[in-house]
Ligand binder design. Structure first.
Ligand SMILES: CCCCCCCCCCCCCCCCCCCCCCCCCC(=O)SCCNC(=O)CCNC(=O)[C@H](O)C(C)(C)COP(=O)(O)OP(=O)(O)OC[C@H]1O[C@@H](n2cnc3c(N)ncnc32)[C@H](O)[C@@H]1OP(=O)(O)O
Ligand SMILES: NC(=O)C1=CN([C@@H]2O[C@H](COP(=O)(O)OP(=O)(O)OC[C@H]3O[C@@H](n4cnc5c(N)ncnc54)[C@H](OP(=O)(O)O)[C@@H]3O)[C@@H](O)[C@H]2O)C=CC1
Length: 516
């Protein structure tokens, strides 16, 4: 029997960000392994025309929750969606709901955040810093609270090369930033943002670092732990391999490569691709929640949830495997070109590829759409992909060392059964198999493509390959013909090649005649 699963039995658990990528997987695992838990409170806002109930209904009826419904048939009764907007004072939670949360909650998993790299400083501070402070204030009024687990990111200190499992101070106090945002207007805030974030690559990582500082400063006598996952990817094993449902992190680029939109990207091939499967990234907080509540460590512990130092994989290996899977086994439907990718570290080559292989074909394709009276779209899609690629460049061209002392220590504290049920040992991960399942998951669960369409997609790739060869041959012949017409040197080379071939063939024919 799993000690951790038993620990969550009968508990009231509060999750923020439960409608997000990590939040959904966390909720699924809790219901599947501890179906006897009392209730999961989730703080949700209405979105895209859907009420809270519709959002919860959609999540519970998704493929991800299929196994949960078998193990925990009354899952609908155990989930309590509470209206909340983390951008508002007191999260806009009603008095009655607030009372219930304060008096009943045993464990908090704080996953909500804005993960956009290009968010405004005001919004990112509000969500990643102020809301965290507000939640800690709420937590301090919860008499039954046993543990508060804060999900941060391994890149919150990506301005450093070696990162330990400690909280590093930010140059400016979070409180000062929160206070000044109250009276500064948006234009000024955006002007000072680059000066504030200094050597952080974007507002997201900077505000996550501020969020950690707030957790440290406002921890009072709470039992808190911080988890820092690196780049979170599709599920490895649970509830089934390859599940993924958003275009963040690598997902958008994987699609762009598979569809043949993206043929090159500025990447250091040997840099470590520090991916972590989402099921691993939630098993660790679940184990930490148990450990913090039961063992009550004297100080707040930080846990790195990374793969680089235990089971490294580089971008080259990852890129090659992604492309091979698309090309040979699981092509995407209606690809624009054959999946192919070049890794370049030079700015000049990147600009060249962007102009010749990305923007020019997009413009030509849009011209064709215009001629045939259809809506232009390729240039917009291509610009979006190139913008995303340039935002991710920072992470594709650097490697970090994260120490994992606390994570490994926790691993050794678990019983063999818990090590199996709440596995976060990435040393057991087979990258090639994982990437294959990941690519399959992108096709099946993210793009919702039918597997029955694979033969047709393969035929389409074959046609694209033939068009590619035909196009290259025609281009070569045209260029060569023009060169011969205009340059004496080209004519000499041509003459040399033809006479060499002729001599070689004559010699070959003569020697075979002699043998007879
Ligand atoms: C060898 C490799 C070389 C490869 C060679 C070539 C390829 C070879 C193969 C590939 C190799 C494999 C690895 C690849 C490298 C991975 C690197 C990963 C590094 C990650 C580091 C992360 C570190 C930190 C980790 C963390 O700690 S945390 C999380 C990280 N955070 C993020 O990852 C957010 C980033 N992104 C943004 O910040 C925003 O995305 C932004 C970018 C500003 C754009 O923003 P924008 O242009 O506005 O575009 P979007 O709004 O995003 O959407 C755009 C459109 O897609 C639509 N759409 C949104 N959803 C969906 C959805 N489900 N389904 C369908 N559509 C959707 C949306 O409707 C909109 O369509 P529309 O409405 O325009 O028609
Ligand atoms: N994905 C990754 O690669 C990594 C993620 N992390 C961290 O993990 C955590 C979860 O990330 P992930 O699941 O990927 O992010 P998502 O963007 O998928 O989910 C974010 C969650 O926060 C909620 N949220 C955002 N704004 C509000 C608001 N104003 N009020 C209420 N809820 C809000 C969203 O709700 P709604 O659905 O309504 O928008 C959603 O549930 C974050 O803290 C992130 O920093 C760390 C490392 C890597």
């Amino acid at each position: 029997m799993s000690v951790i699963a038993a620990f969550y039995g009968g508990k009231s658990i509060l999750i923020t960000g439960a409608t997000g990528f990590l939040g959904k997987v966390l909720m699924e695992k809790l219901f599947r392994t501890s179906p006897d838990l009392k209730v999961i409170y989730i703080l949700v806002r209405p979105k895209a025309g859907q009420t809270l109930q519709q959002r919860v209904f959609q999540i519970l009826n998704s493929k991800l929750f299929e196994k949960v419904k078998e193990v925990c048939p009354n899952v609908h009764e155990k989930i309590r969606a509470i209206y909340a907007d983390l951008n508002q004072n007191d999260f806009a939670i009603s008095k009655e709901d607030m009372q219930e949360l304060l008096s009943c909650t045993n464990i908090i998993f704080h996953c909500a955040a804005t993960v956009r790299f290009d968010d405004t400083l005001r919004h990112a501070v509000q969500l990643n810093v102020t809301a965290t402070r507000q939640l800690l204030l709420m937590a301090s009024q919860m008499p039954k609270l046993e543990a508060f687990i804060h999900i941060s990111t391994a890149y919150s200190n990506c301005n450093l090369k070696h990162i330990d499992e400690v909280i590093y101070p930010c140059p400016v106090e979070p409180k000062k930033i929160i206070d000044s945002l109250e009276w500064l207007d948006d234009a000024i805030i955006e002007e000072i943002a680059p000066k504030l974030i200094r050597d952080w690559p974007n507002i997201y990582t900077y505000t996550k670092a501020l969020g950690e500082m707030v957790v440290q400063q406002e921890s009072r006598n709470l039992n808190i732990a911080i988890i820092r996952p690196s780049i979170v990817g599709a599920t490895w094993q649970e509830p089934f391999p390859g599940w993924v449902d958003n275009i963040n992190g690598p997902n958008g680029l994987i699609i762009a490569a598979g569809k043949g939109f993206l043929l090159a990207i500025k990447t250091t091939p040997m840099a470590v691709a520090d991916l972590i499967p989402v099921d691993t990234a939630i098993n660790l907080p679940l184990a930490v929640g148990w450990y913090a509540a039961v063992h009550r460590p004297k100080s707040m512990l930080v846990y790195h949830c990374t793969s680089g130092n235990l089971n490294p994989c580089n971008w080259d290996k990852m890129g090659v495997q992604v492309l091979a899977t698309f090309e040979i086994q699981i092509p995407l439907e209606r690809a624009f070109r054959r999946p192919y990718a070049d890794f370049t570290t030079s700015n000049f080559t990147t600009q060249y590829w962007n102009a010749i292989s990305h923007q020019a074909p997009a413009i030509i394709y849009d011209f064709y759409l215009w001629l045939t009276g259809r809506k232009l779209r390729m240039t917009k899609v291509m610009n979006q992909i190139l913008r995303t690629a340039s935002m991710l460049e920072y992470f594709l061209n650097r490697s970090w060392e994260w120490s994992t002392y606390n994570t490994e220590m926790l691993m050794s504290e678990l019983s063999p059964e818990d090590q199996r049920v709440f596995n976060f040992d990435v040393r057991q991960l087979n990258w090639l198999e994982y990437i294959e399942n990941y690519v399959l998951g992108v096709k099946k669960y993210l793009l919702k493509e039918d597997m029955a369409g694979i033969p047709e997609a393969k035929q389409h790739l074959k046609r694209l390959r033939n068009i590619h060869y035909l196009f290259n041959t025609a281009l070569f012949l045209i260029v060569w013909r023009l060169l011969i017409a205009r340059s004496q040197m080209a004519r000499n080379v041509w003459f040399f090649i033809v006479s060499f071939c002729y001599k070689f063939l004559s010699y070959f024919r003569a020697s075979s005649t002699l043998k007879v």
